[in-house]
Ligand binder design. Structure first.
Ligand code: SAM
Length: 399
């Protein structure tokens, strides 16, 4: 005989009992039960009700913030946590929750990217040249303004009419503050919208003459640059608009690396055959120049070039025969980016000269180690599906 199971555990029971909606303590207790049960939306409703009873109560607001964060309503959670800290800046628990939440909203690389002088100088040169060529009255659209940096470069170069859009409310708010702090709020209008929601005649007074946008990920496409630029060409830009950057290219070389092999492949472990787990290994790994060692087995070669002045982009795959320079065990392709910013300005995070900037190099792992032999080409299938690069060995000619 097995023990009869209770119909409700104590939390479920508590969460289902009738409640006096004017009772702060009861609402908090109910909200906590619902939260523990994973019913975060219902918990939010409970803490919202408690806030009606006690609008500035720290415990109510803290629990409301945590529940909002846990059900994905990040910005509302930020607002609530800030409300607590405004009244009690010493509340270290809430300060910690706020920082934790911000780290979910703002990717870890954003600050490092802002400190990337090499990147910033390249954009600054291209923006200065474009503004000089198109004139101070040229309309500038900055898609994904982040801190407002590229818009402020345009303003410093003399541009008078700049719309800077940023889809993340917390980041747009920071951009607005920074633009004001630097005295450019008369020339830069920060709009907290995704570019795909911008409306000409409302957010912009006309289609833009210059697009400046740095939404290129380390693996080129993951920040949705193709959808974003296609939409901008179709609705937001003049036919003859200057596009910065005008092209983005993924470049790479085939590599061998005993260090990286350990992230990508697995065989025997502690006397067991673990090899089926290798099918679950990651197709891409960030490889920071100073963190990992790897050995080139081929020259550098172009993987995919995207013309960002084009109005439409189709996914494609093609086969490349890559000359092999050294015998070895290929783990995959280490890839980096090259940007053509126009006006003769280029940028690359080539691993020989760029170790510690905002962009990482990326290892596109092969499904298994591919032995290669000097002088025999390696056949690779490369291309993109609009949001990610495709890089796969087609067959191993060299065996
Ligand atoms: C890589 S950061 C670059 C920030 C800034 N442009 C710079 O170069 O310092 C990209 C920013 O663009 C924003 N973003 C990406 N796509 C966007 C879009 N379609 N519309 C508005 N913002 C976008 C992201 O939220 C992020 O803050």
């Amino acid at each position: 005989m097995t023990d009869p199971k209770p119909l409700f555990d104590i939390d479920s029971l508590e969460a289902s009992l009738p409640i006096n909606r004017g009772d702060r303590d009861a609402l908090i207790a109910r909200g906590l039960s619902l939260h523990r049960l994973g019913k975060t939306q219902d918990a939010v409703a409970c803490f919202e009700a408690a806030r009606q009873v006690a609008p500035n109560d720290e415990l109510v607001l803290t629990n409301l913030g945590v529940s909002l964060a846990d059900c994905g309503r990040s910005h509302e959670a930020v607002v609530v946590f800030r409300q607590v800290l405004k009244r009690n800046p010493e509340n270290l628990y809430v300060r910690h929750q706020l920082r934790r939440l911000i780290s979910v909203i703002v990717p870890f690389w954003h600050v490092r990217m802002l400190n990337d002088t090499h990147r910033n100088d390249a954009f600054d040169s291209a923006i200065r040249a474009a503004v000089a060529r198109k004139g101070r009255l040229a309309r500038i659209l900055d898609i994904g303004t982040g801190s407002g940096l590229l818009s402020m470069m345009a303003a410093r170069a003399g541009a008078q009419n700049i719309v800077a859009c940023e889809k993340v409310p917390l980041i747009a708010e920071a951009a607005e503050r920074i633009v004001g702090l630097n005295g450019f709020d008369d020339r830069i209008k920060v709009v907290n919208k995704a570019s795909t929601e911008l409306i000409v005649d409302k957010d912009l007074d006309d289609r833009a003459d210059i697009l400046v946008s740095e939404i290129i990920s380390s693996d080129l496409l993951a920040e949705n640059v193709l959808d974003t630029f296609e939409d901008a060409h179709a609705r937001l830009l003049r036919e003859d608009a200057t596009i910065i950057p005008r092209a983005a290219t993924a470049v790479g070389c085939v590599v061998g690396s005993t260090a990286l092999d350990k992230y990508a492949f697995v065989n025997e472990v502690s006397g067991f055959d673990i090899s089926p787990f290798a099918a679950l290994s990651p197709p891409r790994l960030p490889v920071h120049g100073i963190m990992t060692s790897w050995r080139r087995l081929t020259d550098d070669f172009e993987l995919v070039r995207i013309d960002l002045t084009a109005k439409k982009h189709l996914p494609f795959m093609c086969r490349l025969a890559i000359p092999v320079n050294e015998d070895g065990e290929a783990a995959g392709v280490v890839q980096w980016i090259k940007l053509d910013l126009g006006e003769g300005v280029t940028f690359s995070n080539h691993p020989d000269s760029y170790f510690d900037g905002g962009w990482l190099q990326v290892l596109h792992t092969f499904p298994q180690v591919v032995p290669v032999i000097k002088g025999k080409p390696l056949m690779l299938t490369v291309g993109h599906d609009r949001i990610s690069l495709v890089i796969m060995p087609s067959e191993t000619v060299s065996r």
